[in-house]
Ligand binder design. Structure first.
Ligand SMILES: [Zn+2]
Ligand SMILES: [Zn+2]
Length: 287
């Protein structure tokens, strides 16, 4: 067995173990980068496996198309299997490389430098896709100023709104001007008495896109921070599967569904974190 394959098998084994996920994913990413640099065929063959394991379905398919011998039934079958996923998902649902604390801090500083307001209930809206970037800039419907970062999540109002800048969300101007909200005030957890917090959540915080009605979790008498879209793989990678299942919200059947969920699949999970005790919580819905 060649060295690359041996290393792959070791890394795959670690990846499939329930503990130590963030480290094992980072190790796979390092390995992926190394293989991408390597020229020999064995490295490329192993790279197909690494892509597939990390759900880079399109990359896996494209590479196998290039290097695989299609006259071999095994290769042909594998290509056929990958093709559907590649066409449907591309690389969109690839397992993300977990960030170190240092990387998180750097990102935070970068956002500050960009002048992006901080949303405590949605701390990384660029990461979650709630904010999109535009090179040439777009005009905010609220303040009429050019913005290079604009909101692309739900905004419930009567008027047709194309673009809202982050500042007009943070200041509450957009919600006020269009009498709109970013989150339905009735689709939130109970237990937050402070109405200021509800106002901040629904009128001054970027929302997220659910398959169905978006729902916002709360914990420790406050709303949680929305961290992003997940499936079972991401929850395992982050090492929070046990934590999110430990929740009165879910019965046994739903817990099984969470364990089967796929990011971008028909059963979607949305990850939240308590701002006070740090507990992770989920919302889930089906398409
Ligand atoms: Zn604006
Ligand atoms: Zn809490």
């Amino acid at each position: 067995m060649d060295g690359y394959l041996k290393r792959y098998i070791e890394l795959q084994k670690k990846f499939n173990e329930p503990d130590g996920k963030p480290e094992s994913v980072r190790a796979l990413y390092d390995f992926k980068e190394e293989l991408e640099q390597a020229e020999d065929m064995q490295a490329k063959e192993v790279l197909v496996n690494v892509y597939n394991l990390l759900d880079y379905k399109k990359s896996a398919y494209d590479l196998l198309c290039k290097i695989g011998d299609k006259s071999e039934p095994k290769v042909f079958k594998r290509l056929a299997n990958l093709k559907g996923c590649a066409e449907k998902w591309g690389d969109h649902y690839a397992v993300k490389k977990p960030k170190t604390e240092e990387e998180k801090q750097k990102e935070f500083e970068k956002l500050m430098q960009m002048g992006l307001p901080f949303f405590r209930y949605h701390p990384n809206p660029l990461d979650t896709g709630a904010f999109k970037q535009s090179e040439e800039g777009v005009i905010c419907d609220c303040c009429q100023k050019t913005t290079h970062i604009y909101y692309s999540g739900p905004f419930y109002c009567v008027e047709e709104i194309n673009y809202i800048c982050p500042d007009c969300i943070a200041s509450g101007k957009a919600a006020e001007k269009f009498d709109g909200s970013f989150q339905d005030e009735y689709s939130v957890d109970d237990g937050v008495e402070d109405l200021q917090k509800l106002d901040e959540l629904i009128r001054r915080t970027p929302g997220y896109c659910g398959w169905q009605q978006e729902y916002w979790r709360a914990h420790c008498h406050d709303y949680c921070a929305f961290l992003g879209y997940t499936g079972a793989t991401e929850l395992n990678v982050l090492g929070v599967m046990e934590e999110v299942l430990d929740d009165y919200m879910w019965d046994e059947e739903q817990k099984e569904m969470i364990k089967e969920s796929v990011n971008g699949g028909h059963l979607q999970c949305y990850l939240f974190q308590c701002l006070h005790c740090g507990k992770h919580l989920l919302w889930m819905d089906v398409d």
